[in-house]
Design a protein. Structure first.
Length: 55
């Protein structure tokens, strides 16, 4: 889930490089059921395992 979250967040940059363009293309191929499962899992992991930045 964290990998796909990263790809989604940086899709525009990744798509511009021929070596990494495959990553966002593969993201678009994921079925919606899988997306609905992995993105909330990634968000839950980050919420549990990370702290808010100190300002």
């Amino acid at each position: 889930g964290l990998y796909w979250r990263f790809v989604q967040d940086h899709a525009d940059v990744l798509a511009r490089n021929h070596r990494t363009a495959m990553m966002p293309r593969n993201l678009t191929r994921l079925c919606s059921a899988r997306r609905e499962k992995i993105f909330p899992a990634a968000e839950a992991f980050l919420a549990e395992k990370t702290r808010a930045p100190v300002s």
